[in-house]
Ligand binder design. Structure first.
Ligand code: HEC
Ligand code: HEC
Length: 155
């Protein structure tokens, strides 16, 4: 947001920019392009650098902590009433993506249906994989778990 859309030679103005840090951590860079009718420098690129400190992921946590506040806002709420691919993107991908310790979706696909179902429903002991079935206190219905199996196996 610019304080005025008309800034004469040698005048000053203010530019307000907001950087969204949700889900980011470590060093981030955001650029703002300012276009003007200045014949010498019609385009100026402003660089905003920040170091985002991530208070949520610093200490070791219980796997089912993601089902509760303050974690559920990012880890669970977006998956409410979702199915299949959308549910996987909302509830699973943050741990099951390339570069993370949990297997990526292409590795999950190679597992048997029975193994997938068991791990999703009940979790994996001594790991950060919680049980997602409502029967063990998780958030997902049987229909949602079936939709995940179908999505993972069908890819
Ligand atoms: C602001 C959103 C947000 C909140 C709140 C949040 N997380 Fe996360 N979490 C993410 C994102 C995004 C990722 C994946 C990207 C990453 O690891 O940086 C992630 C990844 C994880 C991982 C996988 C880490 C890994 O490297 O494999 C665990 C475990 C986790 N979160 C647990 C928690 C717990 C427990 C809480 C609550 C104390 C929590 N998160 C709160 C967004 C959030
Ligand atoms: C907080 C991070 C986290 C979230 C969220 C998460 N997982 Fe996992 N998951 C893991 C980790 C870590 C493992 C590996 C456990 C091990 O073998 O030590 C795992 C293992 C699994 C396995 C078993 C893999 C095997 O080789 O037996 C399946 C299947 C699985 N996850 C599916 C899912 C699905 C589907 C979702 C979403 C509903 C999900 N996970 C959400 C962390 C997570």
């Amino acid at each position: 947001m610019v304080s005025s859309d008309h800034i004469g030679p040698n005048e000053t103005g203010r530019i307000r920019a907001t950087v969204k840090t949700d889900g980011k951590k470590g060093r981030i860079l955001k650029t703002v392009q300012v276009e003007t009718n200045d014949p010498v420098r019609p385009l100026v690129v402003l660089k905003l650098r920040a170091n985002v400190i991530d208070a949520f992921h610093e200490k070791p946590l219980q796997p089912d902590a993601i089902f509760r506040s303050p974690c559920r806002k990012c880890h669970l709420d977006r998956g409410r009433d979702q199915m299949g691919a959308a549910l996987f993107r909302a509830d699973c991908i943050m741990c099951h993506m390339r570069g993370k310790s949990a297997p990526s979706i292409s590795s999950l696909k190679k597992l048997s249906r029975e193994r997938l179902k068991e791990a999703i429903e009940e979790g994996v002991p001594d790991s950060m994989m919680p049980g997602f079935s409502w029967r063990v206190g998780g958030p997902l219905t049987e229909a949602q778990i079936r939709s995940l199996l179908k999505y993972i196996k069908g890819r």
